[in-house]
Design a protein. Structure first.
Length: 215
Protein backbone atom coordinates (compact mmCIF):
# COMPACT_ATOMS: atom_id res chain seq x y z
CA UNK A 1 0.00 0.00 0.00
CA UNK A 2 1.35 3.41 -0.97
CA UNK A 3 2.09 5.68 2.03
CA UNK A 4 -0.15 8.69 2.52
CA UNK A 5 1.12 12.03 1.26
CA UNK A 6 2.05 14.44 4.05
CA UNK A 7 0.95 17.97 3.13
CA UNK A 8 1.75 21.37 4.67
CA UNK A 9 -0.66 24.22 3.84
CA UNK A 10 0.79 27.76 3.70
CA UNK A 11 -1.47 30.78 3.16
CA UNK A 12 -1.95 34.06 4.99
CA UNK A 13 -5.75 33.77 4.77
CA UNK A 14 -7.24 31.55 7.47
CA UNK A 15 -10.33 30.81 5.37
CA UNK A 16 -8.15 29.43 2.57
CA UNK A 17 -6.21 27.22 4.97
CA UNK A 18 -9.42 25.97 6.53
CA UNK A 19 -10.96 25.26 3.15
CA UNK A 20 -7.94 23.34 1.90
CA UNK A 21 -7.64 21.47 5.18
CA UNK A 22 -11.30 20.43 5.00
CA UNK A 23 -11.06 19.41 1.36
CA UNK A 24 -7.84 17.46 1.71
CA UNK A 25 -9.11 15.88 4.92
CA UNK A 26 -11.80 14.23 2.84
CA UNK A 27 -9.00 12.43 0.99
CA UNK A 28 -7.70 10.88 4.21
CA UNK A 29 -7.07 7.55 2.51
CA UNK A 30 -4.09 9.10 0.67
CA UNK A 31 -3.40 12.56 2.15
CA UNK A 32 -2.53 13.74 5.66
CA UNK A 33 -2.48 17.48 6.37
CA UNK A 34 0.36 17.63 8.88
CA UNK A 35 0.35 21.38 9.51
CA UNK A 36 -0.45 24.95 8.51
CA UNK A 37 1.50 28.19 8.28
CA UNK A 38 0.36 31.79 7.81
CA UNK A 39 3.47 33.28 6.18
CA UNK A 40 6.83 32.42 4.70
CA UNK A 41 8.68 32.53 8.02
CA UNK A 42 6.28 30.05 9.62
CA UNK A 43 6.39 27.95 6.45
CA UNK A 44 10.15 27.40 6.63
CA UNK A 45 9.99 26.60 10.34
CA UNK A 46 7.09 24.17 9.84
CA UNK A 47 8.74 22.48 6.87
CA UNK A 48 11.92 21.90 8.87
CA UNK A 49 9.95 20.54 11.81
CA UNK A 50 7.30 18.46 10.02
CA UNK A 51 9.19 17.40 6.88
CA UNK A 52 6.09 17.22 4.65
CA UNK A 53 6.14 15.48 1.28
CA UNK A 54 4.32 18.37 -0.38
CA UNK A 55 3.93 22.05 0.55
CA UNK A 56 0.97 23.98 -0.86
CA UNK A 57 2.18 27.58 -0.65
CA UNK A 58 0.79 30.98 -1.58
CA UNK A 59 3.08 33.49 -3.28
CA UNK A 60 2.10 36.83 -1.72
CA UNK A 61 2.34 36.68 2.06
CA UNK A 62 3.55 38.96 4.88
CA UNK A 63 7.02 38.83 6.45
CA UNK A 64 8.40 36.51 3.78
CA UNK A 65 6.70 35.69 0.50
CA UNK A 66 6.32 32.21 -0.89
CA UNK A 67 9.19 32.41 -3.36
CA UNK A 68 11.62 33.63 -0.69
CA UNK A 69 10.44 30.84 1.62
CA UNK A 70 10.90 28.34 -1.21
CA UNK A 71 14.48 29.50 -1.74
CA UNK A 72 15.20 29.13 1.97
CA UNK A 73 13.73 25.62 2.01
CA UNK A 74 15.89 24.66 -0.95
CA UNK A 75 18.99 26.15 0.70
CA UNK A 76 18.24 24.11 3.83
CA UNK A 77 18.18 20.94 1.75
CA UNK A 78 14.59 20.05 2.61
CA UNK A 79 13.17 17.33 0.43
CA UNK A 80 9.63 18.73 0.37
CA UNK A 81 8.09 19.34 -3.05
CA UNK A 82 6.58 22.83 -3.23
CA UNK A 83 3.42 23.60 -5.19
CA UNK A 84 2.72 27.32 -5.50
CA UNK A 85 -1.03 27.86 -5.15
CA UNK A 86 -1.93 31.49 -5.74
CA UNK A 87 -4.36 33.99 -7.22
CA UNK A 88 -1.68 35.65 -9.34
CA UNK A 89 0.23 34.43 -12.37
CA UNK A 90 2.50 37.30 -13.38
CA UNK A 91 5.29 36.33 -15.77
CA UNK A 92 8.05 37.15 -13.30
CA UNK A 93 6.38 35.33 -10.39
CA UNK A 94 5.96 32.13 -12.39
CA UNK A 95 9.53 32.27 -13.68
CA UNK A 96 11.00 33.06 -10.25
CA UNK A 97 9.01 30.28 -8.56
CA UNK A 98 10.10 27.62 -11.03
CA UNK A 99 13.69 28.89 -10.96
CA UNK A 100 13.64 28.72 -7.15
CA UNK A 101 12.64 25.06 -7.31
CA UNK A 102 8.84 24.91 -7.25
CA UNK A 103 7.57 21.68 -8.75
CA UNK A 104 4.31 23.29 -9.80
CA UNK A 105 2.39 26.54 -10.09
CA UNK A 106 -1.39 26.49 -9.76
CA UNK A 107 -4.04 29.17 -9.58
CA UNK A 108 -6.62 29.04 -6.82
CA UNK A 109 -9.40 28.50 -9.35
CA UNK A 110 -7.97 25.02 -9.95
CA UNK A 111 -10.56 22.25 -9.82
CA UNK A 112 -10.52 19.71 -6.98
CA UNK A 113 -9.53 16.80 -9.26
CA UNK A 114 -6.72 18.84 -10.78
CA UNK A 115 -5.42 19.92 -7.36
CA UNK A 116 -5.40 16.34 -6.12
CA UNK A 117 -3.66 15.23 -9.31
CA UNK A 118 -1.03 17.95 -8.83
CA UNK A 119 -0.39 16.89 -5.23
CA UNK A 120 -0.01 13.27 -6.26
CA UNK A 121 2.30 14.28 -9.11
CA UNK A 122 4.37 16.50 -6.80
CA UNK A 123 4.79 13.67 -4.31
CA UNK A 124 6.12 11.55 -7.19
CA UNK A 125 8.47 14.33 -8.29
CA UNK A 126 6.47 15.26 -11.39
CA UNK A 127 5.79 18.94 -12.26
CA UNK A 128 2.40 20.52 -12.81
CA UNK A 129 1.71 23.96 -14.29
CA UNK A 130 -1.62 25.72 -14.62
CA UNK A 131 -2.15 26.41 -18.37
CA UNK A 132 -2.03 30.18 -17.81
CA UNK A 133 1.12 29.87 -15.72
CA UNK A 134 2.67 27.69 -18.40
CA UNK A 135 1.88 30.28 -21.07
CA UNK A 136 3.38 33.05 -18.94
CA UNK A 137 6.51 31.02 -18.26
CA UNK A 138 6.99 30.32 -21.95
CA UNK A 139 6.48 34.01 -22.74
CA UNK A 140 9.07 34.97 -20.13
CA UNK A 141 11.59 32.42 -21.41
CA UNK A 142 11.14 33.30 -25.06
CA UNK A 143 10.93 37.08 -24.73
CA UNK A 144 13.78 38.92 -26.35
CA UNK A 145 15.88 41.17 -24.09
CA UNK A 146 15.70 44.86 -24.82
CA UNK A 147 18.63 46.00 -26.97
CA UNK A 148 21.32 47.90 -25.09
CA UNK A 149 22.63 51.20 -26.49
CA UNK A 150 26.08 49.77 -25.74
CA UNK A 151 25.57 47.15 -28.47
CA UNK A 152 26.59 49.73 -31.07
CA UNK A 153 30.04 50.21 -29.58
CA UNK A 154 33.16 48.46 -30.84
CA UNK A 155 35.27 46.45 -28.38
CA UNK A 156 37.79 49.27 -28.10
CA UNK A 157 35.03 51.84 -27.51
CA UNK A 158 33.65 49.63 -24.76
CA UNK A 159 37.12 49.52 -23.19
CA UNK A 160 37.26 53.32 -23.24
CA UNK A 161 33.73 53.67 -21.87
CA UNK A 162 34.47 51.19 -19.09
CA UNK A 163 37.35 53.38 -17.97
CA UNK A 164 35.22 56.53 -18.28
CA UNK A 165 32.66 54.88 -15.98
CA UNK A 166 35.46 54.27 -13.48
CA UNK A 167 36.33 57.97 -13.48
CA UNK A 168 39.50 57.81 -15.55
CA UNK A 169 40.66 60.93 -17.39
CA UNK A 170 41.60 60.86 -21.09
CA UNK A 171 45.27 60.87 -20.08
CA UNK A 172 44.77 57.91 -17.72
CA UNK A 173 42.77 56.03 -20.34
CA UNK A 174 45.52 56.62 -22.90
CA UNK A 175 48.13 55.24 -20.50
CA UNK A 176 46.02 52.19 -19.59
CA UNK A 177 45.18 51.28 -23.19
CA UNK A 178 48.55 52.32 -24.69
CA UNK A 179 46.93 54.95 -26.90
CA UNK A 180 47.62 58.60 -27.58
CA UNK A 181 45.47 61.19 -25.83
CA UNK A 182 44.25 62.38 -29.24
CA UNK A 183 43.12 58.87 -30.15
CA UNK A 184 41.25 58.59 -26.85
CA UNK A 185 39.51 61.90 -27.53
CA UNK A 186 38.41 60.51 -30.87
CA UNK A 187 36.99 57.42 -29.20
CA UNK A 188 35.19 59.53 -26.59
CA UNK A 189 33.55 61.65 -29.31
CA UNK A 190 32.42 58.51 -31.15
CA UNK A 191 31.06 57.00 -27.94
CA UNK A 192 29.04 60.11 -27.07
CA UNK A 193 27.57 60.20 -30.58
CA UNK A 194 26.62 56.51 -30.58
CA UNK A 195 25.05 56.69 -27.12
CA UNK A 196 23.21 59.92 -27.90
CA UNK A 197 24.57 61.75 -24.84
CA UNK A 198 26.30 65.12 -24.59
CA UNK A 199 29.06 64.53 -22.03
CA UNK A 200 31.18 61.82 -20.42
CA UNK A 201 29.19 61.96 -17.15
CA UNK A 202 26.02 60.91 -18.95
CA UNK A 203 27.99 58.24 -20.79
CA UNK A 204 29.37 56.95 -17.49
CA UNK A 205 25.91 56.75 -15.95
CA UNK A 206 24.63 54.84 -18.96
CA UNK A 207 27.56 52.44 -18.76
CA UNK A 208 26.99 51.76 -15.06
CA UNK A 209 23.24 51.29 -15.65
CA UNK A 210 24.03 48.56 -18.16
CA UNK A 211 26.69 46.94 -15.99
CA UNK A 212 29.71 47.89 -18.07
CA UNK A 213 31.58 49.61 -15.28
CA UNK A 214 31.46 46.37 -13.26
CA UNK A 215 33.26 44.28 -15.91
Amino acid sequence: MKPRIRVLIVDDHAVVREGLNLFLGEESDEIDVVGEAADGVEAVEAAKRLKPDVVLMDVLMPRRNGIEALREMAAAGLGSRVLMLTTFSEDTQVHDAIQAGAIGYLLKDVSRPDLLAAIRAAADGKPTLHPEAQARLMRKLTSQPEPSPLDELTDRERDVLRLIARGSSNKAIAKTLFLSVGTVKGYVSAILAKLGVTDRTQAALLAVRHGLGED
